[in-house]
Design a protein around this ligand. Sequence first.
Ligand SMILES: Nc1ncnc2c1ncn2[C@@H]1O[C@H](COP(=O)(O)OP(=O)(O)OP(=O)(O)O)[C@@H](O)[C@H]1O
Length: 448
Amino acid sequence: MKVLIIDDEKNICGTIKDIVEDEGHEADFALTFEDGFKKLKEEVYDVIFLDIWLPDRDGNEGLKDIKKYFPETEVIIISGHGNIENAVDAIKHGAYDFLEKPLSLDRIILLLKHISDKIELVRDLKYYKFDLLKKYELIGVSDEITKLKRRIEKIAPTNAWVLITGDNGTGKEHVARLIHLLSKRSNQRFVELNCSAVPSELIESEMFGYEKGAFTGAVSRKIGKIELANKGTLFLDEVGDMDLMMQAKLLRVLETFEFSRLGGNEVIRSDFRLISATNKDIEKEIAEGRFREDLYYRINVVPIHVPPLRQRKVDIPLLIDHFLKESCYNNGLNLKEIDDELMELFVEYDWPGNVRQLKNTVERMVVLSESDKLTVDDAPGFLKGLKNDDFEIISMGLPLKKAKEIFEKNYIAKVLKSTNWNISQSAKILEIERTYLHRKINQFGLKK
Ligand SMILES: Nc1ncnc2c1ncn2[C@@H]1O[C@H](COP(=O)(O)OP(=O)(O)OP(=O)(O)O)[C@@H](O)[C@H]1O
């Protein structure tokens, strides 16, 4: 650490400087506030020992200036005997602690140790947060993703409740975690409850927790997710799958922020920010009587829609690049590349399982392939369209003409492969003219 001592008594400066240096830190001193403030503008100091009685500036006023311009620097006030009230006041204005004259060697050492631990902790936390922000960065340059990023940046620092919609694997949880990380609650917990993975009889105890003996098997108290999310973010994934009885119970908590653990009487308050996600069309669920309209209006303050990957194909190469780097790094492998032909296949495909399917496909190929350059040969069948189930490549949502074309291309490729590219034989099987087959081969860009 770098320490500055501001005191008009030279021997006090000298004593503290020696102790600080003995503890392995760097120290410097100034005999006037003006001189000290000048040094602060020139160097970054972690700690300042500041005399409360200085000839050129009242210590408390000086403290306010320091905290205003250098808020991260910790200030320890040095007060004379009988000045404790002033020192206490200084703590209210942001001083870390105070030292009384005559100075105690042990106390200075202890204060230095506490501040250095604190700085290390803050630094670790910053690195940890930086890692998390990198992990949950939204990869993509499409208009859709750019708009999404802008919306997230705008709403994340507010306390507004968010409902994220989108198909499976589009990145709804990814977005929810990013909102939390960019929010003022990011130092608190992000608590996830998947409403579809938990059987409905268990969901209540997961949500509210229970007291010991609340039911058979409740051998000790369990804190529920709502309570755990106090001061943080509660993420209700697949909220559209929740049954009507649970919806009523949830709505009550969302209106009052109060609940009790199962089998308990104590009323517990929890201050959480709610982010929900669903792949269902909630308005349709409401129309069909499976979702409460009042609950929908509560949870859907800010709607966020994550579009399917097939509507933002320009993002595919970037996502591939990101997942390649990530999975090579995670598996301790050299960085692998994808050749142009394979990249074309990736971009052409419609990814019904969205980003998750793309990520899993890249990971699988990285792990299974021996070479550092991934080619069409490494691609799974559904990408090559050469597997038995040719229909697998025809994703839902395609116009019939496009679907027919994909089928035609794959079927012809398959027949050609089965005859080892004997054109006459293939044309016979397909019951078409050889010239027509040649035209199709050219049209689809088929290669042996
Ligand atoms: N834009 C993106 N950039 C980087 N990674 C992404 C992006 N979108 C999704 N992912 C990654 O893809 C995977 C699937 O995303 P996620 O689990 O958030 O989807 P989901 O919509 O919540 O899925 P489900 O509906 O099945 O719960 C995750 O590993 C996620 O980190």
